[in-house]
Structure formats: C-alpha cells, structure tokens
Design a protein around this ligand. Structure first.
Ligand code: AMP
Length: 113
C-alpha cells in the first residue's frame, strides 16, 4: 500500500489538528467537519479498509473504538455521538486508510443517507 494522506499525517509530513495519540493510533480533527465535533481516529498500521482487516487485528480494532468513545467523552459529547466507518468507494470512502469518524453536537437522522 502506498502512503496515503493519513500516513503522511502520522509521519508529520502533513499538518493536522491532533487531539490524541498513542502507540497504536492517532486522532485528529476532520478538515471538512460535518458536525460541531468531527474527529477521525486512525490506526498507525496502514489498513486500507475494515474489510481488509484480519482477526490478528482484533485488539487494535477494539482499541480504536474505545479511544473513539473516550475522545467523544473528553470533548463533552459522551451522551450522544455517532461513529461511522465508510468501507469502499461506493460507501463514501475517499481516503484508503481505515478511519472511524466521530461526529457529535447536532441531531442525526436515521437511517443515514
Ligand atoms: P471518508 O470519506 O470516510 O474516506 O473520510 C475521509 C475524511 O478525511 C473526510 O471527512 C475528509 O474531510 C477528511 N480529510 C481529508 N483530508 C484531510 C486532512 N488533511 N486532514 C483532516 N481530515 C482530512
């Protein structure tokens, strides 16, 4: 897999508004927010999309979701937030480095568009 934009953010080759980092993942504000809170949580390991993940990544994937929940809480939106993972171009994925969108601070429709 060639370096995506997000690998460049991990490597500090592109600037981002980073809100959290540990040895497994990074979280930063989305450059084009769709809610008052819109943060992306990404693994440092360059997995293209969730359908490419394997059982060996079970702990990493669980970690990403726990971190996403913690960030929503820390940012003051612990009671109501939405986590979104777009998988594949037809589902709206534009950056092929797995990421969880954390969205909060407004009403959300269901089913999503
Ligand atoms: P997706 O469409 O699910 O692949 O989401 C990709 C997200 O990355 C979009 O919401 C973009 O706004 C966001 N994005 C693209 N470039 C950057 C960047 N340089 N810094 C932060 N977020 C970005």
């Amino acid at each position: 897999m060639t370096d995506t934009l997000f690998t460049k953010i991990i490597n500090r080759e592109i600037a981002a508004d980073i809100v959290y980092e540990d040895d497994l993942c990074l979280a930063f504000k989305d450059i084009n927010p769709h809610a008052p809170l819109h943060i992306l949580v990404i693994p440092k390991k360059p997995i293209e999309k969730i359908s490419d993940a394997s059982k060996s990544e079970r702990d990493l994937l669980g970690h990403l979701f726990l971190v996403a929940g913690d960030i929503a809480k820390e940012q003051g939106y612990g009671e109501a937030f939405r986590l979104v993972v777009n998988n594949g171009e037809d589902a709206g994925q534009t950056v092929f480095h797995l990421h969880i969108h954390i969205l909060a601070g407004r009403d959300f429709n269901w089913p999503p568009g």
